[in-house]
Design a protein around this ligand. Structure first.
Ligand code: FEO
Length: 398
């Protein structure tokens, strides 16, 4: 296994994992992923930045050998999650003089998660530098992207930002740098939606923190490196920004067709009023695609039949996900059908109580929808169009 050269003395020594299909046993990975690790050599010291999933440690070590990294002085742990820290115990055994560098919170987390000798873990302060001999690493604390202990490592002379999970993508590619922006955008947006969206505030704050630095390359811990960093930085400013787009996301389930006919009328009514719609039949959808749509949406409108005295369990899961992902959506509603009992509205409000979101009227009907129900759906669509006109910058442009 060969190291991939980024610049003289700077190599990618990570692992491509095309077969992985789930992350954290919940996040779909249709394009696999990679665990990026980097070897940086100065005249005096050699540093490894992050490791890989422990099952791939032998590949990491082969690539380090190929890059000539016989004597590693420091291993920087930008993030304690095990896909980057899991090979630290083996790496410390293989490189006996190496010390781990991380944030103070990172030290506690690493000791909680892994069998590590506390004597071999040193903490770095925000802004602290490390002279490698002709090369300088600066450690930039970047909490909550996406754990509390995260940090960036910035190589000043070359302007390389090792950003760990931020700006990453679950994309197994042999391209060291981004070559296909469309493919990258798809994977990066999925990644942002599932990992970073709940922390859009910290994403914005940490991006402001690095905005005055010269950044020539962003080297994340998953997916290809960005040698045109302005592209991903601008894209992230849009995704993490507070202003939603003129888009309604409709996650729905229909058991016998009544809810589906309401969803169909509702979508038609929204589109006729100039509102974009993305809809997801939860009986078969990839929740990653739902999460991606939530990045931009101004409104989420759930469609559910009543079953077991409440919303359909797949809609309950979608509502739980929306609450957890904390999208920038401003409005929420529900449409659907029931046979007897209708506690779905209260249930939805309870599931979304973590969001600062305006609950619009619901349209729930007993059995098959009537013309009066369709008129109510038209009225709801008009309400949404009016709200979007007030809050969406792209209103009438999309
Ligand atoms: Fe790629 Fe948060 O680990």
């Amino acid at each position: 296994m060969r190291a991939r050269k980024i610049a003289d003395g700077i190599h990618w020594v990570g692992v491509i994992d095309p077969d992985r299909r789930l992350f954290e046993e919940i996040t779909p990975l249709p394009d696999g992923t990679s665990y990026n690790s980097y070897l940086v050599r100065g005249k005096d010291k050699t540093v490894l930045i992050d490791t890989v999933e422990p099952e791939f440690k032998s590949i990491l070590f082969e690539r380090i050998d190929d890059a000539g990294g016989k004597d590693i002085d420091y291993i920087v742990s930008n993030h304690a999650e095990q896909d980057h820290s899991g090979s630290l115990p083996a790496a410390l055994e293989r490189f006996p003089r190496a010390k781990v560098l991380c944030t103070p919170k990172g030290r506690n987390m690493l000791l909680d998660l892994l069998p590590l000798d506390p004597e071999r873990i040193e903490t770095v302060e925000d802004g602290q530098t490390l002279d490698l001999g002709g090369r300088t690493l600066e450690f930039i604390h970047a909490p909550w992207v996406h754990w509390p202990e995260t940090m960036f490592t910035y190589l000043r002379e070359e302007g390389i930002l090792f950003s760990c999970d931020l700006f990453g993508s679950h994309l197994a590619t042999n391209d060291l740098f981004v070559t296909d922006r469309c493919r990258l955008l798809e994977s990066a947006k999925r990644y942002y939606a599932e990992v970073m969206m709940p922390f859009s505030g910290p994403v914005r704050r940490n991006m402001e923190k690095i905005q005055d630095r010269t950044i020539n390359i962003i080297a994340p811990s998953h997916g290809p490196l960005h040698d045109d960093p302005g592209f991903i930085l601008d894209t992230y400013r849009d995704w993490a920004g507070e202003e939603p787009k003129n888009l309604v996301v409709v996650p729905y389930v229909s058991m016998h067709g009544s809810t589906k006919s309401m969803v169909t009328r509702f979508i038609e009514s929204l589109v006729c009023r100039g509102v974009r719609v993305e809809f997801f039949n939860l009986a078969e959808t990839d929740t990653g695609r739902l999460s991606m749509a939530l990045v931009d949406a101004a409104t989420v409108a759930f469609g559910s039949p009543n079953i077991l005295n409440g919303m359909h369990p797949k809609v309950v899961y979608a509502a739980y996900l929306v609450n957890a992902l904390r999208p920038k959506a401003r409005f929420v509603s529900m449409i659907g059908s029931y046979g007897w009992g209708a506690k779905m509205e209260d249930q939805l409000h309870g599931l979304l109580k973590g969001l600062n979101i305006e609950m619009l009227d619901t349209v729930l009907t007993r059995g098959a929808p009537s013309e009066q129900d369709f008129t109510s759906l038209d009225f709801l669509a008009q309400t949404i169009a009016d709200r979007h006109a007030a809050v969406c910058a792209d209103w009438k442009k999309s």
